[in-house]
Each structure stands twice: as C-alpha cells, then as structure tokens.
Design a protein around this ligand. Structure first.
Ligand SMILES: *Cc1c(COP(=O)(O)O)cnc(C)c1O
Length: 374
C-alpha cells in the first residue's frame, strides 16, 4: 500500500534504522541528556529560533494540550482563531483547563485575514494568549503566521501555533513570526513515525507559566516540568529513547536538504495545476498549503467510493476529511518523504483511472499536466 495521506507519512530507511539502535537508560545515563539537548538545539536551529525546544513523548495532540494546560488559568480569556477544524479544536483544550475561549471564526475557504483581525483586536485585546493553526490539514489551509502573530503580539497576547502539519514543508521562521509556543509532531513533514511532540517555547511563555497564580492542572502536559531538565538532570518521565533516535535522524535529513521547502512548493504547485486542469475544484479560495492538497468531490461521487476504488484497485491510500468537511473533500498528503515525483505521479495515474471509472469526465490527463508543470 502506498501511503499518500497528510500524516502519518512515509518513513525513510535511515530513520527506521536509527530506531533500532541499542538503547540506554535515559534517566541515569548522563550522555542521554546531551543527546536530547543536541537534538532540541538542532530543532531550534532548523526552525530559526533562539527559543528552547522540548521533545515530549506523545503524539502531536499532546503539544496542543500542553500549551493550553500550561498557559490557561481558571477564567483566562483565550482568543481561538478558527478557520479550520484544528483551529476550532483549540477551544476544547482551553475550556478543559478552565479558560474562557473566545472564538474568532472566519470562513474556512480563506486564509485568516489580518485586516479584519486587526479591527477586532482594536475593540478587544484582553487575552492571555491566542491560538492559531499554521496548516489546517483537514482543509489544506495555510495561514500567514508572519502577518498574524506579530499583530497579536503588538497587544501583548502570547501566540500558540499548531504547526504539526506545517513545519519543514512550509516556510517557517519562529522568531520572525514571533511565536511563543510552536507545536509540532513527528509524523508529518518530518517523516518519523507518530509518537512525539516537539515544542519551541519562548522565555515570555515560560515567564507567564512561572507567574501563574494556580498550579498547572496536569503533570504530563505541564511544560514547566521540562524546562530545567538539563540543569537538574531530570525528566518528568522516562524518555522514549528509540523514538528520539529516529527523530534525530529525521531532523538530520531535513538539515541535509536546504531546499526542502522549495521541493514542497514545486511539487504542490504542479499538483494543483494538474487537478484544476482536469476539471476538479480545489477546496478554498486561497491559502493553499504545499504539504497537503484538498479537492472537492465531483457531483455524484462519494468520498468513500473514490477512496475505496483507489485503495482496492491501485493500493493507494488517500484521505477524506474530518468534522464538518467529512465526505466533502479528498486529500493528498505530499509532505516530507511523500513529496517526491514518483509517488505523486503514481497518485495522479490512479486518479486518472479511478475518476472516470466512477463517472467523472476528465478534462485533462492529470499525470501529464503534473509532469509538465515541474
Ligand atoms: C496531524 C495533526 C495534529 C495531530 O493530530 P492527530 O489527529 O492526532 O494526527 C494536530 N494538528 C494538525 C494541524 C495536524 O495536521
């Protein structure tokens, strides 16, 4: 089965091999603290930030929860920027930890617009922090962090960004965008298996956590439990050594490819052109991500029928969508190791065959337009 979903993505052999190395005791072997620290420093470097990074044992969702758990106090007002399924989902974490989520909802078909947000903030800016999503995967929507986060920061609002599906495929400069807590996951563009969360945390965010009046209502999701690990030679729990070995190899793969963002951009653009030329409609009016592409289902074809045809006849796994977009979109994940010509050509070929089989008349050869577009 060829996995072309927007995460988990394909995992390169050197990452799989790194995970099979002999393991140590990460609590007692002091060398592990240096290995962990070096890995975190590489992560910070690749994300263009002076902020410290931390690796938490838990899939990407843990990072979103940890950010909210660590910054939310009872009745904290939190601005939840919602132009997609994950954007909306932050409100649940805020409320779970006793905060008051103020939802700022925008049409899911457009990237978050700075001008109306600026207008809103002029009226109301009494927020502890704001949450937003870099790439909202279920709709393949990309938000412009460098336009949005500095605007929030200009009112002293801390910024929490979910870039689980953005980092390493999309342009991302944490310090330039002024992101206080950036959340990432191992299984998207970084292309390690699922299981780890990566965070970059600003000193302003740590100061806010230290100044809380109430304790963080979690142990596993309390970022303060990580910040002094190196000085204290203490982790809040035994670190998953093999997962981190794999993550380190994946980070080194990224480090060895300075053109990684350009690779994603080139392939994504050609794919969008090919789908459009064939008569399919991309979801949304702007903000197309270079990590995932979502197209609307043609009239009369169900998501289940198309996904099933692709899986049964072409051994190709694509994804539908989630929440209110479920059943309406098909998504092709082309981030990290998935972002290569051969696999995308194969994906185009399978769509070329399966769409007409389900009654959709193609206006162009998807694979040909894709290949010509590169
Ligand atoms: C994948 C992803 C996560 C992690 O969520 P899962 O549903 O557990 O995979 C969080 N945020 C975004 C935007 C993601 O794409």
């Amino acid at each position: 089965m060829k996995i072309m979903t927007p995460g988990p993505t394909q995992v390169r052999e050197n990452v799989r091999l790194a995970r099979s190395r002999v393991t140590t005791n990460p609590d007692l072997d002091l060398a592990f603290y240096d290995f962990y620290k070096d890995t975190c420093e590489l992560l910070s470097k690749l994300l263009f930030t002076q902020n410290r990074s931390y690796i938490l044992s838990g899939e990407g969702i843990l990072g979103l929860e940890a950010a909210c758990a660590s910054l939310t106090e009872p009745n904290s007002r939190v601005l939840v920027l919602d132009n997609g399924i994950f954007g909306a989902g932050f409100a649940d974490f805020v409320e779970l930890y006793g905060g008051r989520a103020v939802r700022y909802r925008q049409d899911y078909r457009r990237a978050l617009e700075p001008a109306p947000l600026a207008e809103f903030l002029r009226q109301d800016h009494d927020f502890t922090y704001a949450t937003l999503v870099h790439v909202d995967t279920p709709s393949a929507m990309k938000n412009d962090l460098e336009a949005l986060c500095p605007l929030l920061k200009s009112y002293g609002i801390l910024t929490v960004v979910d870039s689980v599906a953005g980092m390493f495929g999309e342009e991302l400069n944490v310090d330039q965008a002024q992101i206080d807590i950036l959340c990432g996951g191992s299984q998207k563009a970084l292309s390690a298996p699922p299981g780890l969360t990566m965070l970059t945390v600003s000193s302003a965010a740590v100061a806010a956590m230290r100044q809380r009046k109430t304790p963080v209502a979690s142990f596993y999701a309390n970022i303060l439990n990580y910040v002094d690990y190196y000085e204290n030679k203490w982790f809040p729990y035994t670190m998953p050594v093999s997962d981190i070995e794999g993550l380190r190899a994946a980070l080194e793969n990224v480090s060895a490819e300075p053109q990684i963002v350009a690779r994603h951009a080139r392939l994504a653009k050609a794919l969008r052109s090919a789908l459009t030329a064939a008569g399919l409609k991309l979801f949304g009016e702007n903000g197309y991500s270079n990590n995932v592409t979502a197209f609307e289902l043609p009239l009369g074809i169900s998501a289940a029928a198309l996904l099933n045809e692709l899986k049964e006849k072409y051994s190709l796994l694509l994804a539908g969508s989630l929440g209110e977009l479920e059943g309406k979109l098909i998504r092709i994940g082309h981030m990290g190791e998935n972002a290569n010509f051969a696999d995308l050509a194969l994906t185009c070929e399978a769509l070329n065959a399966s769409l007409p089989a389900l009654g959709f008349e193609l206006q162009a050869d998807i694979k040909q337009v894709f290949a010509n577009g590169l």
